[in-house]
Design a protein around this ligand. Structure first.
Ligand SMILES: [Zn+2]
Length: 247
C-alpha cells in the first residue's frame, strides 16, 4: 500500500469514527426535540379541553339564567292572576302559567344533560392534566439523560478530533482535498478495501489492470466505478496474487 493511501486509510477510519459520534450526538438532540414536541402536544390538548370546559360551563350558566327568567315570569303571572277580575282572564293566566311550567320541566332535563356534559369534560381535563404531567416528567428525564450523554459524546468527539489530526502530517494538500470531496460525495467512505477483486465501496468487480496496480503498491489507485481510493492488505493481497488475474 502506498504511503499516501495508508495515511488516507487511517484518516478515513478516524473520520468514520467522528461521523458515528456526531450522529450519536444528533440522536441525543433529536430525542430531546421529540420530547419537547410531546410536551407541546399534551399542552395543546389541555388548552383545547380547558376551552371546551369553559364552553360547557357557559352553556350551564346561560341555561340557568333562562330558567330563572321563566320562573320570574311565572311569579309575575301569579301576582297578576291574584288581581284578575274575570274568570276568563283567570283561565288564560292559569293556562299560560301551566305552559311555562311545562317549559321549565323540559328545561330541567336539558339542564341535567348540560351538567352531565360538564362532568365529562372535567374528567377529560383531569386525564389530560395527568398525561401532561407524565410527559413533562419523561421529558425532564430525557433531557437529563441527553445532557449527560452529550457531555460524554462531546469529550469523545474532542478525543477523536485529536486522533484524526495525527493522520494529517505528510499528506499532500491536493490529495487531502480530493479525499475530502470523496468523503462528502461517497457517504463518509473515501477509501475502500479491494477484497476478492471487488471494490468494497461500490461492490464493482475490478479489472485485472486495477488489481495489478494495487498489487504493485502503486499509490492512490482509484476504483473506476466509484472513484474511491483503493487498498489491499495482508491476506487479501495474497489472495489477489494467488487468484488468476482474469476470469
Ligand atoms: Zn468502487
Amino acid at each position: 500500500m502506498g504511503l499516501q493511501t495508508a495515511r488516507l486509510k487511517g484518516l478515513n477510519e478516524a473520520d468514520a469514527h467522528l461521523l458515528a459520534l456526531r450522529e450519536k450526538e444528533r440522536c441525543l438532540q433529536e430525542d430531546v426535540r421529540q420530547g419537547e414536541r410531546g410536551v407541546s402536544e399534551a399542552e395543546r390538548q389541555c388548552a383545547d379541553i380547558a376551552a371546551q370546559l369553559q364552553q360547557a360551563q357557559a352553556a350551564v350558566g346561560a341555561h340557568d339564567l333562562e330558567v330563572k327568567a321563566l320562573e320570574e315570569r311565572i311569579y309575575r303571572l301569579k301576582s297578576q292572576r291574584l288581581a284578575c277580575q274575570t274568570n276568563k282572564e283567570y283561565q288564560t293566566l292559569s293556562s299560560e302559567i301551566a305552559s311555562i311550567g311545562t317549559d321549565i320541566r323540559r328545561m330541567d332535563d336539558q339542564g341535567l344533560a348540560l351538567l352531565g356534559a360538564v362532568d365529562q369534560v372535567e374528567a377529560r381535563a383531569k386525564e389530560a392534566a395527568a398525561r401532561l404531567a407524565a410527559v413533562r416528567a419523561e421529558q425532564a428525564a430525557a433531557q437529563a439523560r441527553a445532557s449527560a450523554g452529550q457531555d460524554a459524546v462531546r469529550s469523545e468527539i474532542s478525543a477523536a478530533e485529536t486522533a484524526r489530526a495525527t493522520h494529517l502530517p505528510g499528506l499532500d494538500a491536493e490529495v487531502l482535498d480530493r479525499y475530502e470531496r470523496l468523503l462528502r460525495s461517497r457517504g463518509g467512505t473515501a477509501v475502500a478495501a479491494a477484497i476478492d477483486r471487488v471494490c468494497q465501496g461500490c461492490f464493482t468487480k475490478l479489472s485485472p489492470q486495477v488489481v495489478s496496480l494495487l498489487l504493485s503498491d502503486r499509490d492512490l489507485v482509484t476504483c473506476p466505478s466509484c472513484s474511491r481510493i483503493l487498498f489491499v492488505e495482508g491476506a487479501a493481497a495474497d489472495a489477489h496474487r494467488q487468484a488468476p488475474s482474469a476470469t
